[in-house]
Design a protein around this ligand. Structure first.
Ligand SMILES: Cc1ncc(COP(=O)(O)O)c(C=O)c1O
Length: 464
Protein backbone atom coordinates (compact mmCIF):
# COMPACT_ATOMS: atom_id res chain seq x y z
CA UNK A 1 0.00 0.00 0.00
CA UNK A 2 2.87 2.31 0.84
CA UNK A 3 4.62 1.54 -2.47
CA UNK A 4 1.43 2.25 -4.36
CA UNK A 5 1.09 5.63 -2.72
CA UNK A 6 4.69 6.56 -3.51
CA UNK A 7 4.11 5.50 -7.14
CA UNK A 8 0.91 7.53 -7.14
CA UNK A 9 2.70 10.68 -6.02
CA UNK A 10 5.74 10.09 -8.21
CA UNK A 11 3.68 9.60 -11.37
CA UNK A 12 1.11 12.23 -10.68
CA UNK A 13 1.66 14.14 -13.93
CA UNK A 14 0.83 11.05 -16.00
CA UNK A 15 -2.77 11.10 -14.81
CA UNK A 16 -5.65 13.49 -15.46
CA UNK A 17 -6.11 16.10 -12.73
CA UNK A 18 -9.69 14.94 -12.27
CA UNK A 19 -11.95 12.55 -14.11
CA UNK A 20 -15.71 12.12 -14.02
CA UNK A 21 -16.84 9.19 -11.87
CA UNK A 22 -18.36 6.33 -13.94
CA UNK A 23 -21.80 5.43 -12.65
CA UNK A 24 -20.83 1.81 -11.93
CA UNK A 25 -18.00 3.02 -9.70
CA UNK A 26 -20.37 5.30 -7.82
CA UNK A 27 -22.92 2.49 -7.60
CA UNK A 28 -20.31 0.15 -6.13
CA UNK A 29 -20.36 2.31 -2.99
CA UNK A 30 -24.03 1.59 -2.37
CA UNK A 31 -23.50 -1.97 -1.12
CA UNK A 32 -25.08 -3.26 2.09
CA UNK A 33 -23.15 -3.48 5.39
CA UNK A 34 -20.69 -6.40 5.01
CA UNK A 35 -21.12 -9.17 7.58
CA UNK A 36 -18.20 -11.28 6.39
CA UNK A 37 -14.51 -10.36 6.36
CA UNK A 38 -12.52 -9.72 3.17
CA UNK A 39 -8.82 -10.02 2.43
CA UNK A 40 -6.92 -6.81 2.93
CA UNK A 41 -5.45 -7.32 -0.57
CA UNK A 42 -8.95 -7.52 -2.08
CA UNK A 43 -10.08 -4.35 -0.34
CA UNK A 44 -6.86 -2.62 -1.33
CA UNK A 45 -7.48 -3.57 -4.93
CA UNK A 46 -10.92 -1.99 -4.75
CA UNK A 47 -9.30 1.12 -3.30
CA UNK A 48 -6.75 1.26 -6.15
CA UNK A 49 -9.38 0.81 -8.85
CA UNK A 50 -12.37 2.66 -7.49
CA UNK A 51 -11.18 5.22 -4.94
CA UNK A 52 -7.73 6.48 -5.82
CA UNK A 53 -8.45 7.46 -9.46
CA UNK A 54 -11.52 9.52 -8.53
CA UNK A 55 -10.30 12.11 -6.04
CA UNK A 56 -10.55 15.87 -6.40
CA UNK A 57 -6.99 15.94 -7.73
CA UNK A 58 -5.41 18.49 -5.41
CA UNK A 59 -2.13 16.61 -5.30
CA UNK A 60 -1.84 17.21 -9.07
CA UNK A 61 0.08 20.30 -10.21
CA UNK A 62 -2.71 21.18 -12.63
CA UNK A 63 -5.20 21.55 -9.78
CA UNK A 64 -5.96 25.21 -9.09
CA UNK A 65 -9.54 25.08 -7.85
CA UNK A 66 -10.82 26.56 -4.59
CA UNK A 67 -7.91 26.75 -2.08
CA UNK A 68 -6.50 23.26 -1.69
CA UNK A 69 -3.08 22.28 -0.39
CA UNK A 70 -1.17 19.48 -2.10
CA UNK A 71 0.29 17.53 0.83
CA UNK A 72 3.75 15.95 0.78
CA UNK A 73 5.21 12.43 1.08
CA UNK A 74 6.53 13.42 4.52
CA UNK A 75 3.04 14.36 5.65
CA UNK A 76 1.75 11.07 4.28
CA UNK A 77 4.30 9.06 6.26
CA UNK A 78 3.55 11.08 9.38
CA UNK A 79 -0.14 10.24 8.96
CA UNK A 80 0.79 6.56 8.77
CA UNK A 81 2.77 6.54 12.01
CA UNK A 82 0.16 8.70 13.66
CA UNK A 83 -2.58 6.22 12.74
CA UNK A 84 -0.36 3.43 14.07
CA UNK A 85 -0.07 5.24 17.40
CA UNK A 86 -3.80 5.97 17.42
CA UNK A 87 -3.24 8.81 19.87
CA UNK A 88 -6.21 10.72 21.25
CA UNK A 89 -5.11 14.32 21.77
CA UNK A 90 -8.02 15.35 23.98
CA UNK A 91 -5.58 15.46 26.88
CA UNK A 92 -3.76 13.34 29.49
CA UNK A 93 -0.05 13.17 30.19
CA UNK A 94 1.49 12.03 26.92
CA UNK A 95 4.17 13.29 24.56
CA UNK A 96 1.72 13.72 21.65
CA UNK A 97 0.17 16.59 23.66
CA UNK A 98 3.67 18.01 24.15
CA UNK A 99 4.18 17.86 20.37
CA UNK A 100 1.01 19.93 19.97
CA UNK A 101 2.31 22.34 22.64
CA UNK A 102 5.58 22.60 20.72
CA UNK A 103 3.56 23.54 17.65
CA UNK A 104 1.65 26.14 19.68
CA UNK A 105 4.98 27.63 20.73
CA UNK A 106 6.21 27.75 17.12
CA UNK A 107 3.00 29.44 16.00
CA UNK A 108 3.32 32.02 18.80
CA UNK A 109 6.87 32.68 17.62
CA UNK A 110 5.76 33.03 14.01
CA UNK A 111 3.16 35.67 14.85
CA UNK A 112 5.11 37.30 17.66
CA UNK A 113 2.47 36.43 20.25
CA UNK A 114 3.22 36.30 23.99
CA UNK A 115 3.92 33.11 25.96
CA UNK A 116 0.46 33.45 27.53
CA UNK A 117 -1.25 32.97 24.15
CA UNK A 118 -2.96 29.63 23.60
CA UNK A 119 -3.42 27.60 20.47
CA UNK A 120 -5.23 24.54 19.24
CA UNK A 121 -5.30 22.31 16.19
CA UNK A 122 -8.77 22.20 14.68
CA UNK A 123 -10.32 20.78 11.52
CA UNK A 124 -9.94 24.00 9.55
CA UNK A 125 -10.31 27.75 9.58
CA UNK A 126 -14.11 27.50 9.67
CA UNK A 127 -13.76 25.96 13.12
CA UNK A 128 -10.92 28.35 14.05
CA UNK A 129 -13.11 31.34 13.19
CA UNK A 130 -16.00 29.93 15.21
CA UNK A 131 -13.77 29.37 18.26
CA UNK A 132 -12.46 32.94 17.92
CA UNK A 133 -15.97 34.41 17.80
CA UNK A 134 -16.89 32.38 20.88
CA UNK A 135 -13.85 33.61 22.85
CA UNK A 136 -14.59 37.18 21.75
CA UNK A 137 -18.17 36.68 22.95
CA UNK A 138 -16.82 35.70 26.37
CA UNK A 139 -14.59 38.80 26.32
CA UNK A 140 -17.64 40.96 25.63
CA UNK A 141 -20.20 39.36 27.93
CA UNK A 142 -18.15 37.50 30.54
CA UNK A 143 -18.40 33.81 31.37
CA UNK A 144 -22.04 34.15 32.47
CA UNK A 145 -22.92 33.88 28.78
CA UNK A 146 -21.96 30.21 28.99
CA UNK A 147 -24.67 29.53 31.56
CA UNK A 148 -27.32 32.05 30.65
CA UNK A 149 -26.87 32.22 26.89
CA UNK A 150 -27.04 35.40 24.86
CA UNK A 151 -30.82 35.58 25.15
CA UNK A 152 -30.52 36.38 28.88
CA UNK A 153 -28.70 39.69 28.38
CA UNK A 154 -29.90 43.01 26.99
CA UNK A 155 -26.76 43.39 24.85
CA UNK A 156 -27.14 43.11 21.10
CA UNK A 157 -23.68 42.13 19.92
CA UNK A 158 -22.61 43.04 16.39
CA UNK A 159 -19.52 42.13 14.39
CA UNK A 160 -17.80 43.40 11.24
CA UNK A 161 -16.14 41.81 8.24
CA UNK A 162 -15.67 42.85 4.64
CA UNK A 163 -17.78 41.81 1.68
CA UNK A 164 -14.77 39.71 0.66
CA UNK A 165 -14.77 37.70 3.91
CA UNK A 166 -15.36 33.96 3.79
CA UNK A 167 -18.89 32.72 4.46
CA UNK A 168 -17.78 30.80 7.53
CA UNK A 169 -17.54 34.07 9.51
CA UNK A 170 -21.27 34.63 9.01
CA UNK A 171 -21.79 30.96 9.79
CA UNK A 172 -19.84 31.38 13.05
CA UNK A 173 -22.22 34.21 14.03
CA UNK A 174 -25.12 31.90 13.28
CA UNK A 175 -23.66 28.97 15.23
CA UNK A 176 -22.86 31.01 18.32
CA UNK A 177 -26.43 32.26 18.54
CA UNK A 178 -25.86 35.86 17.47
CA UNK A 179 -27.30 35.36 14.01
CA UNK A 180 -25.92 36.29 10.62
CA UNK A 181 -27.75 39.65 10.65
CA UNK A 182 -25.43 40.66 13.48
CA UNK A 183 -22.51 40.51 11.05
CA UNK A 184 -22.18 43.87 9.33
CA UNK A 185 -20.83 43.33 5.85
CA UNK A 186 -18.53 46.26 5.06
CA UNK A 187 -17.85 47.20 1.43
CA UNK A 188 -14.40 46.82 -0.08
CA UNK A 189 -12.13 49.32 -1.84
CA UNK A 190 -10.65 49.00 -5.35
CA UNK A 191 -8.05 46.55 -4.02
CA UNK A 192 -10.87 44.44 -2.48
CA UNK A 193 -9.75 45.37 1.06
CA UNK A 194 -12.18 46.36 3.77
CA UNK A 195 -13.20 50.01 3.38
CA UNK A 196 -11.90 51.53 6.61
CA UNK A 197 -14.06 54.68 6.49
CA UNK A 198 -17.16 52.53 5.97
CA UNK A 199 -16.06 50.34 8.90
CA UNK A 200 -15.75 53.34 11.23
CA UNK A 201 -19.11 54.69 10.07
CA UNK A 202 -20.82 51.33 10.64
CA UNK A 203 -19.42 51.03 14.17
CA UNK A 204 -20.56 54.56 15.04
CA UNK A 205 -24.02 53.94 13.56
CA UNK A 206 -24.39 50.72 15.54
CA UNK A 207 -23.37 52.36 18.78
CA UNK A 208 -25.85 55.18 18.34
CA UNK A 209 -28.57 52.63 17.51
CA UNK A 210 -27.90 50.85 20.81
CA UNK A 211 -25.97 47.85 19.50
CA UNK A 212 -22.79 46.55 21.12
CA UNK A 213 -19.94 46.21 18.60
CA UNK A 214 -17.56 43.47 19.77
CA UNK A 215 -15.64 41.84 16.91
CA UNK A 216 -13.86 42.81 13.68
CA UNK A 217 -12.54 40.16 11.33
CA UNK A 218 -9.80 41.20 8.95
CA UNK A 219 -8.81 38.78 6.20
CA UNK A 220 -5.27 37.91 5.18
CA UNK A 221 -5.91 36.48 1.72
CA UNK A 222 -9.58 36.68 0.76
CA UNK A 223 -11.05 33.55 -0.71
CA UNK A 224 -12.07 35.08 -4.04
CA UNK A 225 -8.99 37.04 -5.05
CA UNK A 226 -6.41 36.86 -2.24
CA UNK A 227 -6.75 40.46 -1.03
CA UNK A 228 -5.12 41.36 2.28
CA UNK A 229 -7.01 43.82 4.46
CA UNK A 230 -5.02 46.66 6.01
CA UNK A 231 -4.46 44.74 9.23
CA UNK A 232 -2.58 47.56 11.02
CA UNK A 233 -5.41 49.98 10.35
CA UNK A 234 -7.99 47.47 11.56
CA UNK A 235 -5.88 46.88 14.68
CA UNK A 236 -5.93 50.65 15.33
CA UNK A 237 -9.70 50.82 14.92
CA UNK A 238 -10.22 47.79 17.15
CA UNK A 239 -7.95 49.31 19.79
CA UNK A 240 -9.67 52.70 19.72
CA UNK A 241 -13.12 51.15 19.80
CA UNK A 242 -12.28 48.45 22.32
CA UNK A 243 -13.20 45.61 19.95
CA UNK A 244 -11.78 42.15 19.44
CA UNK A 245 -9.49 42.02 16.40
CA UNK A 246 -9.58 38.68 14.63
CA UNK A 247 -7.63 37.69 11.51
CA UNK A 248 -8.99 35.06 9.16
CA UNK A 249 -5.71 33.97 7.65
CA UNK A 250 -7.00 30.66 6.30
CA UNK A 251 -4.27 30.40 3.72
CA UNK A 252 -2.68 33.87 3.79
CA UNK A 253 -1.38 33.88 7.37
CA UNK A 254 1.37 31.40 6.55
CA UNK A 255 2.82 33.97 4.15
CA UNK A 256 4.64 34.98 7.35
CA UNK A 257 7.07 32.25 6.26
CA UNK A 258 7.84 34.05 2.99
CA UNK A 259 10.11 37.07 3.56
CA UNK A 260 8.93 38.78 0.35
CA UNK A 261 5.26 38.63 1.36
CA UNK A 262 5.31 38.75 5.17
CA UNK A 263 5.62 42.58 5.34
CA UNK A 264 2.21 42.84 3.70
CA UNK A 265 0.68 41.09 6.72
CA UNK A 266 1.95 43.84 9.03
CA UNK A 267 -0.51 44.25 11.88
CA UNK A 268 -1.33 40.54 12.18
CA UNK A 269 0.93 40.46 15.25
CA UNK A 270 -1.59 42.75 17.00
CA UNK A 271 -4.57 40.41 16.52
CA UNK A 272 -6.50 39.01 19.46
CA UNK A 273 -6.97 35.80 17.49
CA UNK A 274 -5.80 34.27 14.24
CA UNK A 275 -7.31 31.28 12.44
CA UNK A 276 -5.41 29.59 9.63
CA UNK A 277 -4.72 26.26 7.98
CA UNK A 278 -1.52 24.27 7.72
CA UNK A 279 -3.35 22.16 5.11
CA UNK A 280 -3.38 24.98 2.54
CA UNK A 281 -0.10 26.86 1.95
CA UNK A 282 1.60 24.82 4.69
CA UNK A 283 1.20 21.66 2.49
CA UNK A 284 0.30 19.49 5.49
CA UNK A 285 -2.19 16.74 4.55
CA UNK A 286 -5.83 17.38 5.45
CA UNK A 287 -6.91 18.36 7.95
CA UNK A 288 -4.73 20.70 9.96
CA UNK A 289 -6.43 23.96 10.91
CA UNK A 290 -5.16 26.07 13.78
CA UNK A 291 -6.46 28.81 16.05
CA UNK A 292 -4.24 31.11 18.09
CA UNK A 293 -5.72 33.21 20.91
CA UNK A 294 -3.74 36.02 22.52
CA UNK A 295 -5.47 35.72 25.92
CA UNK A 296 -5.01 32.07 26.85
CA UNK A 297 -6.98 32.56 30.10
CA UNK A 298 -10.03 33.80 28.24
CA UNK A 299 -9.72 30.92 25.80
CA UNK A 300 -9.79 28.47 28.70
CA UNK A 301 -12.70 30.30 30.33
CA UNK A 302 -14.69 29.91 27.11
CA UNK A 303 -14.40 26.14 26.82
CA UNK A 304 -13.13 24.43 30.00
CA UNK A 305 -15.91 22.33 31.53
CA UNK A 306 -15.01 20.35 34.66
CA UNK A 307 -16.42 16.82 34.65
CA UNK A 308 -15.96 14.00 37.16
CA UNK A 309 -14.77 11.61 34.44
CA UNK A 310 -12.14 14.13 33.29
CA UNK A 311 -10.72 14.84 36.76
CA UNK A 312 -7.14 16.22 36.69
CA UNK A 313 -4.26 15.06 38.88
CA UNK A 314 -0.72 16.25 39.46
CA UNK A 315 0.71 12.76 38.82
CA UNK A 316 -0.24 9.79 36.69
CA UNK A 317 -2.01 9.79 33.35
CA UNK A 318 -4.50 12.49 34.33
CA UNK A 319 -1.73 15.06 34.93
CA UNK A 320 -0.72 17.92 32.63
CA UNK A 321 -3.80 20.17 32.88
CA UNK A 322 -4.95 22.21 31.03
CA UNK A 323 -5.61 19.80 28.22
CA UNK A 324 -6.41 20.60 24.59
CA UNK A 325 -10.03 19.58 25.22
CA UNK A 326 -10.26 22.63 27.54
CA UNK A 327 -9.71 24.94 24.57
CA UNK A 328 -12.38 23.83 22.13
CA UNK A 329 -15.50 21.76 21.68
CA UNK A 330 -13.70 18.49 20.76
CA UNK A 331 -12.85 15.89 23.38
CA UNK A 332 -11.63 13.17 21.05
CA UNK A 333 -8.96 14.66 18.81
CA UNK A 334 -6.50 13.15 16.34
CA UNK A 335 -2.78 13.84 16.20
CA UNK A 336 -2.86 16.66 13.61
CA UNK A 337 0.17 18.15 15.31
CA UNK A 338 2.41 15.23 14.29
CA UNK A 339 2.11 15.62 10.52
CA UNK A 340 2.56 19.38 10.94
CA UNK A 341 5.60 18.92 13.20
CA UNK A 342 7.12 16.42 10.73
CA UNK A 343 6.50 18.77 7.79
CA UNK A 344 8.14 21.73 9.52
CA UNK A 345 11.05 19.70 10.91
CA UNK A 346 11.83 17.93 7.63
CA UNK A 347 11.37 20.81 5.18
CA UNK A 348 12.12 23.75 7.48
CA UNK A 349 10.24 27.03 7.38
CA UNK A 350 12.56 28.55 4.78
CA UNK A 351 11.68 25.95 2.17
CA UNK A 352 7.98 26.11 2.97
CA UNK A 353 8.20 29.90 2.62
CA UNK A 354 9.93 29.51 -0.75
CA UNK A 355 7.06 27.33 -1.96
CA UNK A 356 4.63 30.09 -0.93
CA UNK A 357 6.67 32.77 -2.73
CA UNK A 358 6.83 30.56 -5.81
CA UNK A 359 3.04 30.25 -6.03
CA UNK A 360 2.74 34.06 -5.87
CA UNK A 361 5.41 34.48 -8.56
CA UNK A 362 3.49 32.00 -10.74
CA UNK A 363 0.33 34.06 -10.23
CA UNK A 364 2.19 37.15 -11.49
CA UNK A 365 3.47 35.12 -14.46
CA UNK A 366 -0.10 34.06 -15.20
CA UNK A 367 -1.31 37.66 -14.93
CA UNK A 368 1.35 38.69 -17.47
CA UNK A 369 0.24 35.95 -19.89
CA UNK A 370 -3.40 37.00 -19.54
CA UNK A 371 -2.55 40.66 -20.13
CA UNK A 372 -0.76 39.70 -23.33
CA UNK A 373 -3.61 37.63 -24.79
CA UNK A 374 -6.45 39.63 -26.34
CA UNK A 375 -8.96 36.77 -25.88
CA UNK A 376 -8.52 36.92 -22.10
CA UNK A 377 -9.22 39.58 -19.51
CA UNK A 378 -8.24 39.87 -15.88
CA UNK A 379 -11.20 40.43 -13.53
CA UNK A 380 -9.42 41.32 -10.28
CA UNK A 381 -6.04 42.51 -9.03
CA UNK A 382 -3.54 39.71 -8.43
CA UNK A 383 -2.46 40.25 -4.87
CA UNK A 384 -1.14 36.85 -3.82
CA UNK A 385 -1.59 33.51 -5.54
CA UNK A 386 -5.11 33.80 -6.95
CA UNK A 387 -5.87 34.88 -10.51
CA UNK A 388 -9.42 35.67 -11.62
CA UNK A 389 -9.90 36.11 -15.34
CA UNK A 390 -12.13 35.14 -18.19
CA UNK A 391 -12.38 34.42 -21.85
CA UNK A 392 -13.97 37.35 -23.64
CA UNK A 393 -17.09 36.64 -25.61
CA UNK A 394 -20.85 37.01 -25.86
CA UNK A 395 -22.77 35.50 -22.98
CA UNK A 396 -19.45 35.41 -21.13
CA UNK A 397 -20.87 34.09 -17.85
CA UNK A 398 -22.26 30.98 -19.46
CA UNK A 399 -19.23 30.62 -21.69
CA UNK A 400 -16.72 30.76 -18.84
CA UNK A 401 -18.69 28.34 -16.67
CA UNK A 402 -18.70 25.98 -19.63
CA UNK A 403 -14.96 26.44 -20.16
CA UNK A 404 -14.22 25.52 -16.54
CA UNK A 405 -16.39 22.41 -16.63
CA UNK A 406 -14.90 21.33 -19.97
CA UNK A 407 -11.40 21.91 -18.62
CA UNK A 408 -12.10 19.84 -15.52
CA UNK A 409 -13.60 17.08 -17.63
CA UNK A 410 -10.63 17.11 -19.99
CA UNK A 411 -8.34 16.31 -17.05
CA UNK A 412 -5.73 18.83 -18.20
CA UNK A 413 -6.30 21.42 -15.48
CA UNK A 414 -8.80 22.15 -12.74
CA UNK A 415 -9.57 25.76 -11.88
CA UNK A 416 -12.87 26.71 -10.23
CA UNK A 417 -15.17 29.70 -10.70
CA UNK A 418 -16.30 32.66 -8.67
CA UNK A 419 -18.24 35.83 -9.33
CA UNK A 420 -16.39 39.16 -9.33
CA UNK A 421 -18.60 42.25 -9.40
CA UNK A 422 -21.42 40.26 -10.95
CA UNK A 423 -19.24 38.62 -13.61
CA UNK A 424 -18.36 34.92 -13.66
CA UNK A 425 -14.61 34.46 -13.40
CA UNK A 426 -12.31 31.52 -13.98
CA UNK A 427 -10.43 31.37 -10.70
CA UNK A 428 -6.98 29.81 -10.45
CA UNK A 429 -5.67 29.51 -6.90
CA UNK A 430 -2.07 28.35 -7.09
CA UNK A 431 -1.41 26.61 -3.79
CA UNK A 432 0.33 23.44 -4.89
CA UNK A 433 4.12 23.31 -4.42
CA UNK A 434 4.31 21.06 -7.51
CA UNK A 435 2.71 23.60 -9.87
CA UNK A 436 5.05 25.13 -12.43
CA UNK A 437 5.01 27.53 -15.39
CA UNK A 438 4.14 24.67 -17.74
CA UNK A 439 0.96 24.03 -15.76
CA UNK A 440 -0.02 27.69 -16.07
CA UNK A 441 0.68 27.57 -19.82
CA UNK A 442 -1.44 24.43 -20.18
CA UNK A 443 -4.34 25.99 -18.29
CA UNK A 444 -4.34 29.17 -20.39
CA UNK A 445 -3.84 27.32 -23.66
CA UNK A 446 -6.78 25.04 -22.89
CA UNK A 447 -8.99 27.95 -21.83
CA UNK A 448 -8.37 29.62 -25.17
CA UNK A 449 -8.87 26.40 -27.15
CA UNK A 450 -12.15 25.57 -25.39
CA UNK A 451 -13.23 29.22 -25.57
CA UNK A 452 -12.61 29.31 -29.31
CA UNK A 453 -14.40 26.02 -29.85
CA UNK A 454 -17.38 27.23 -27.86
CA UNK A 455 -17.62 30.63 -29.51
CA UNK A 456 -17.26 28.90 -32.87
CA UNK A 457 -20.25 26.74 -32.01
CA UNK A 458 -22.19 29.81 -30.88
CA UNK A 459 -21.44 31.62 -34.15
CA UNK A 460 -22.40 28.59 -36.22
CA UNK A 461 -25.69 28.31 -34.37
CA UNK A 462 -26.37 31.99 -35.01
CA UNK A 463 -25.76 31.71 -38.73
CA UNK A 464 -28.08 28.71 -39.05
C1 LIG B 1 -10.32 33.20 3.71
C2 LIG B 1 -10.86 31.84 4.10
N1 LIG B 1 -11.44 31.68 5.30
C3 LIG B 1 -11.92 30.49 5.70
C4 LIG B 1 -11.84 29.38 4.89
C5 LIG B 1 -12.39 28.08 5.37
O1 LIG B 1 -11.31 27.26 5.73
P1 LIG B 1 -11.53 25.69 5.96
O2 LIG B 1 -11.97 25.15 4.64
O3 LIG B 1 -10.20 25.18 6.38
O4 LIG B 1 -12.56 25.53 7.01
C6 LIG B 1 -11.25 29.49 3.63
C7 LIG B 1 -11.18 28.34 2.71
O5 LIG B 1 -10.71 28.40 1.63
C8 LIG B 1 -10.74 30.75 3.22
O6 LIG B 1 -10.13 30.92 2.03
Amino acid sequence: MLDDMFDYLERIRERPVWRPIPSQVRESFREPLPRDPSDLSTVHEIFMKRVLPYTVGNTHPGFMGWVHGAGTPVGMLAEMVSAGMNANLGGRDQIPVEVERQMVQWVRELFDFPETASGLFVTGTSMGNLISVLVARTAALGTRVRRKGIAAGPERLVAYASAGAHGCIAQAMDLCGLGTDALRVIPVDAQHRIDLAALRTAIAADRSAGFMPFFIAGTAGTVDIGAIDDLSAIADIAQTEGLWFHVDGAYGALAMLAPDIAPRLEGIQRADSIAFDFHKWGQVPYDAGFVLIRDGGLHLDTFASPARYLERETRGLAAGSPWPCDLGPDLSRGFRALKTWFTIKVYGTERLGQAISKTCALAQYMKGCIDSRPELELLAPVSLNIVCFRYRGDDADRLNKEIVIALQESGSAAPSTTVIEGRVAIRAAIVNHRTDMDDIDTLLREVVTIGQANTGVTQQRRSL
